[in-house]
Design a protein around this ligand. Structure first.
Ligand code: UDP
Ligand code: MG
Length: 323
């Protein structure tokens, strides 16, 4: 039974966040201390090229509850979150952004629900931030595919969530390299609930996502998570076949009624459409093959350059786990 004494690991991925990281350290520390929680903060600097890690290291030397991990280059937020889970010693863990866009007060509410027996407490965004038209249209397609693949509402889901030790262990042991944290926790099927929060404006610095990076992220996540796009191809193929039969009948009718000729436009249109569809289908299959290629190579998912405030044995095991 949970008794309120369980250790909470807070995992904070950060990439070039030097301008705001001190405020984040102070705010989270204050909230958790006032909430009376037993906790550790694990900052994972994802190959930051600014002062992010030295600020974390300085804080870690003053407070034993603060720990830092630094990658030797940028491996991406998914890798940073995974590393955090490998280093976490807690009975449960929360992943939270380092720019205070996820309100730290919500952690207390998440922990309270965890105490009631939930294994996953999902942070659900109340309002989406103002985003461009293109961005929104693209996001909607991405979410539609995910919703049908998983029966899961990913639209307002985020990486801000609490997971219990058994979920942490499942995620740590999964060998897959292309990960989608948001979907994987849901996939485990453990008892889940939600906490609603309002996305705050970034405290400092700028977003680390560009539109192309986002498109890449979305495509990779869909490919790594589901085979739905392959079914799409089948349905498009069926559609093309029906269309083909229709035009074949029409062409034959024209031929037998002696009105053949003049069908060039139809032919050109059909060739253009079908070759376009074939190329799309090939590229989708190609993405899957690339994905298999990445998994087969089995390269480590991150490489740690240095750590601070972490016991040697824990550090050794966690860096081994990246392989
Ligand atoms: N982040 C990271 N590695 C990256 C990109 C981002 O660890 O390659 C971290 C970043 O420091 C932040 C969180 O992931 O704590 C979310 O990133 P950001 O705020 O740039 O994304 P947004 O909130 O705009 O979606
Ligand atoms: Mg942010």
């Amino acid at each position: 039974m949970r008794n309120g004494k369980e250790l909470l690991s807070v995992i904070i991925p950060c990439y070039n966040e030097a301008v705001g990281i001190q405020a984040t350290i102070d705010t989270i520390t204050k909230v958790l201390t006032e909430g009376g929680l037993q906790y550790e903060l694990i900052f994972v600097s994802d190959g930051s090229r600014d002062e992010t890690f030295s600020i974390i290291a300085a804080a870690a030397r003053k407070d034993p509850r603060i720990k830092g991990v630094s990658f030797c280059r940028n491996f991406g937020k998914e890798a940073a979150m995974l590393a955090g889970l490998q280093y976490a010693q807690g009975d449960c863990a929360v992943v939270i952004d380092s720019d205070l866009q996820h309100p730290p007060e919500c952690i207390l509410e998440m922990y309270r629900l965890y105490q009631q027996g939930y294994d996953i407490v999902e942070g659900v965004k109340e309002e989406r931030q103002k985003e461009g038209l293109l961005h929104r249209a693209f996001a909607n397609v991405f979410y539609a595919i995910f919703d049908s693949a998983l029966g899961m509402d990913v639209k307002n889901a985020s990486d801000f969530k609490l997971i219990s030790r058994r979920v942490i262990d499942v995620l740590r042991k999964m060998p897959e390299r292309e990960r989608f944290f948001r979907g994987l926790t849901f996939w485990t099927g453990f008892k889940m609930t939600t906490v609603t929060y309002t996305v705050q404006p970034r405290y400092a610095g700028v977003t680390k996502w560009s539109f192309t990076k986002l498109v890449k992220y979305a495509v990779q996540n869909i490919i790594s998570f589901s085979t739905i796009p392959l079914y799409f191809i089948t349905w498009i193929g069926v559609f093309m076949l029906v269309l083909g039969v229709f035009f074949a009948i029409r062409a034959l009718r024209l031929y037998f009624t002696g009105l053949a000729a003049g069908g060039i436009t139809t032919v050109v249109v059909l060739i253009l459409i079908s070759s376009g569809l074939i190329l799309i289908a090939l590229s989708i299959i190609g993405r899957y093959i690339a994905s298999i290629y990445n998994e087969i190579k089995a390269r480590p998912q991150y490489l740690v350059d240095q750590t601070v405030g972490i016991e040697e044995e824990v550090a050794r095991q966690a860096s081994q786990a990246a392989f």
